[in-house]
Design a protein around this ligand. Structure first.
Ligand code: APR
Length: 309
């Protein structure tokens, strides 16, 4: 393949991301993890599946960051996932140290790369990556809105017994309990869900979306979600590698957009070969603006814990 993507962290999210990237033949994939043999074993296992899955993407695993050199995109999934009873925010000190260390190393080896952050707490980890890399803001983004919107879409499709392909949804804000699902911009075959469902049902779906990650943690118990997070990271990667210019909700660094300053938070962006090519500003009602501001305040509180600028 003529594109190279490195996935840091060969755990549940990282390995699933590598599998999907390879099976879609989007790029060659390098998997990196600190556990000896772990990324090598997963890359080899995926390579041995290639003849059956019919793809020619090359997968390699390494414990050395040098293997990531010259990557077009680097996806950061390194860190610890949450366990039952933990919020994403409980991961902050451990994951901030891991993400900082990883970014300092990989950004030097791939100075032109685009960084997609998946490690939680997501919006705060984007700040760590932005600071540690020194990259321009269009090349640092976080995966959360695509995942949260996919969860909302899945619940809408279940509720109305329609194809998921007919659904569209927007979830903005931070990747946490304060996220902001927007029913007015969420549609089935172009029809806003506000015309298809009662307010009570919409509120129930919004609540389930907000708690979507915790619902999975509660069921799996030993870790957190990884299939849908990997799918979301791959959709973002595909839009960048193919310069598709999809509009997707991603964590982006805001400088005045939506009245928010110096903060990573989920907003609709256009994703193309330059990373974030545009931040799309949609009009919000006063209630929606207030909810987004509340979410931004929660992210700002976490950011303050990091002692960053
Ligand atoms: N460099 C590379 N890999 C690392 C490092 C590091 N410095 N530190 C930890 N890792 C690896 C671990 O060895 C482990 O294999 O990161 C991997 C994380 O995998 P899992 O424990 O399976 O966690 P996962 O479910 O993949 O979640 C990873 O993504 O969705 C978020 O909240 C989640 O922050 C968590 C991250």
């Amino acid at each position: 393949m003529d594109k190279k993507v490195t996935v840091i962290g060969a755990g549940n999210v990282g390995a699933t991301t590598a599998q999907r990237l390879a099976e879609k033949e989007l790029c060659d994939v390098v998997l990196i993890d600190i556990v000896e043999g772990f990324p090598q074993g997963k890359a080899l296992d995926l390579t041995e599946a290639a003849p059956i899955e019919k793809h020619d993407a090359h997968l390699t695993g390494s414990n050395r960051y040098e293997a990531s050199a010259g990557s077009d995109i680097i996806i950061i999934t390194a860190g610890i996932p949450r366990k039952p009873g933990m919020s994403r925010d409980d991961l902050i000190s451990t994951n901030a140290g891991i993400v900082k260390n990883v970014i300092q190393q990989v950004s030097k080896l791939s100075p032109k790369s685009i960084l997609i952050i998946v490690s939680n707490p997501l919006d705060a980890m984007c700040h760590v990556a932005y600071e540690a890399s020194g990259f321009p803001k269009n090349r640092v983004l976080g995966m959360a809105g695509v995942l949260d919107s996919a969860r909302f879409r899945a619940f809408i499709a279940m509720e109305l017994n329609v194809s998921v392909e007919n659904t569209h949804a927007f979830v903005l804000g931070g990747h946490g309990d304060t996220m902001v699902p927007l029913p007015r911009y969420s549609t089935v075959a172009g029809i806003p869900i506000t015309e298809l469902l009662s307010k009570e049902r919409i509120d129930a779906l919004i609540d389930r979306t907000r708690k979507g990650g915790a619902e999975i943690v509660g069921l799996i118990k030993t870790g957190s979600a990884f299939y849908a997070p990997a799918s979301a990271a791959v959709e973002m990667t595909e839009s960048i590698l193919k310069d598709k210019k999809k509009i997707l909700p991603c964590a982006a660094y805001l400088e005045g957009e939506y009245g928010i300053n110096d903060l990573f938070i989920g907003v609709p962006v256009k994703l193309g070969k330059n990373g974030i090519e545009e931040i799309i500003q949609i009009s919000l009602t006063d209630d929606e603006k207030e909810a987004l501001q509340k979410s931004a305040d929660a992210v700002a509180e976490l950011k303050a814990l990091l002692n960053l600028n």
